[in-house]
Design a protein around this ligand. Structure first.
Ligand SMILES: C[S@@+](CC[C@H](N)C(=O)[O-])C[C@H]1O[C@@H](n2cnc3c(N)ncnc32)[C@H](O)[C@@H]1O
Length: 205
C-alpha cells in the first residue's frame, strides 16, 4: 500500500465527511435565527413554518428559479420562498396591494439578508401579473381565494410548473376547488401535508 503524506491523509479523511454534511451558510444561519425569533409572532399568523418548509422543499426538488408570490403580507412566506431560491440561484417577485405591508415586508427582507433575491411590487396582482416577464416556475397564491389570480398567472407557468393556493382545506371553497379539478391541463393535489393545494401544469391548454 502506498504511504500517505499528511496533507493527502487529511483530504482523504475530511472529503467524505464534508460531502455528507449539508452545507450551512451564514445566510442560512441568519434566516433560521430570524424565523426562530419570529415564531408565533407573525401578524395574522396563518402561515406556518410547516408550510414554509414544504414550499422550500418543492423549490429545491424541482430546481425552480422563477417564483411569483401573490399576497406578500408582512413577508413570512416570502422569506421561505427566497431562502429556497438562494439555493437554486433564483429570484422571487412578491406582490402586495397594501403599501404599509409592502414597507414592513421589505424591512424584514433586509433583516434576513434576502432582499437581493426579492423584488417587492406594491400593486394589485390582477393588474401586474399580465405585465410581468414570463415564464414562471412556481406561483404561490396567498391572497383571497379567487379564480381571477389563477387565470391571470397560470398561462405564464411552464409545463411542470406549479400554482399553489394557500388556505384550501378539504374541498373548500367548493367552487374554486371544482374549477381547479375541471382543468385538463392541470393536476391538482390536496394531500400536500400543508395548508394548501398544488396545481401542476401538465400541458399547454
Ligand atoms: C393572508 S395575507 C398574506 C400573508 C403572507 N403570505 C405571509 O406569509 O405573511 C394576504 C395578503 O394579500 C394581499 N392582497 C389582497 N388582494 C391583493 C391583490 N389583488 N394584489 C396583491 N395583494 C393582495 C392583502 O393585502 C394581504 O396582505
Amino acid at each position: 500500500m502506498k504511504a500517505l503524506t499528511v496533507p493527502t491523509l487529511l483530504v482523504t479523511l475530511i472529503a467524505p465527511l464534508s460531502s455528507q454534511t449539508p452545507s450551512t451558510t451564514a445566510l442560512d444561519q441568519r434566516v433560521q435565527a430570524y424565523l426562530d425569533a419570529q415564531r408565533g409572532r407573525w401578524p395574522g399568523g396563518h402561515f406556518l413554518d410547516v408550510d414554509g418548509r414544504l414550499l422550500y422543499d418543492l423549490i429545491l426538488q424541482n430546481e425552480y428559479t422563477r417564483v411569483i408570490e401573490i399576497g406578500t403580507g408582512t413577508g413570512h412566506s416570502a422569506i421561505w420562498l427566497a431562502w429556497a431560491l438562494s439555493k437554486t440561484g433564483g429570484k422571487l417577485t412578491t406582490i402586495e396591494i397594501n403599501e404599509s405591508r409592502c414597507r414592513e415586508a421589505a424591512g424584514r427582507f433586509q433583516e434576513t439578508g434576502l432582499s437581493e433575491l426579492i423584488d417587492v411590487r406594491c400593486a394589485d396582482a390582477l393588474e401586474l401579473l399580465p405585465k410581468l416577464q414570463d415564464p414562471f416556475d412556481l406561483v404561490f397564491m396567498d391572497a383571497p381565494i379567487i379564480r381571477d389570480f389563477f387565470d391571470a398567472a397560470s398561462p405564464k407557468l411552464v409545463v411542470g410548473g406549479r400554482y399553489v393556493t394557500h388556505g384550501v382545506r378539504g374541498g373548500e371553497p367548493a367552487e374554486y376547488v371544482g374549477y381547479l379539478e375541471s382543468l385538463t391541463d392541470f393536476e391538482t393535489t390536496f394531500d400536500t401535508g400543508g395548508d394548501f393545494c398544488t396545481s401542476r401544469k401538465k400541458s399547454e391548454p
